[in-house]
Design a protein around this ligand. Sequence first.
Ligand code: URA
Length: 255
Amino acid sequence: MSLVRLDRFLANAGAGSRSDVRKIIKEGRVEVGGKKILDPGSKVDPDADTVTVGGRRIGPAHPAWIMLNKPAGVVSATRDSRDATVLDLLPEELRGGLFPVGRLDRDTTGLLLLTDDGQTAHRLLSPRRHVDKTYQVTLALPVAPETKELFAGGVDIGDGKKTLPAVLSDINGNTCRVILREGRYHQVKRMFEAAGNRVTALSRLSMGGLWLDEDLAPGAFRKLRSDEIALLAKAAGADMDMEITETADEIDVEE
Ligand code: URA
């Protein structure tokens, strides 16, 4: 749960400028959970509280973020002339402006984020940010003992530059987990190929500290909570709204 100031919540939701919404609050037109609130600095939970202005419900702030458990057989694109895309899995009213944050191969399953927040998405994917991604891997052959060390030292996957150190864990016969800090084309598959093995199934479990919700069946999705959006923004190194809000709390002088 992440609490934000009422005036910030309303301004972010498009109810007016910060000074407009303070005026509206002080006029007694804003209710939180059916109770009139006169203090612009009072806190609301954007995920749980119902906020109304003059009886009209105000939605949580954009940008929109969605977590999808990508099934196999759909492509990570907004449009495709041949295959179904990850956007086809969402109801039409949710799709507007959303795009996938990076790509998973057609046969890769698991955590795929969709957003309309281009800046944070760009930062999460930037090779300079080294955002962690965890994959569950099934292989044709048992994981060779030297693979862990090979991955830790970086692997030549044939594009002129070694991969960044990757962490191999949870090795159990021909399954394991791998944590990457970059996202090159077919990277996991090419790394195991360089180790003399072959990926037969691949699923992403986490990105930027956010883990796939175990309650989401393949093809299912849900909106991210505000604390999850804040976690991603932190991983992206972005100035996030929640942080700005906390700082504003300390420096705001109430009128
Ligand atoms: N690495 C791959 O090889 N494929 C993916 O879909 C993601 C990472």
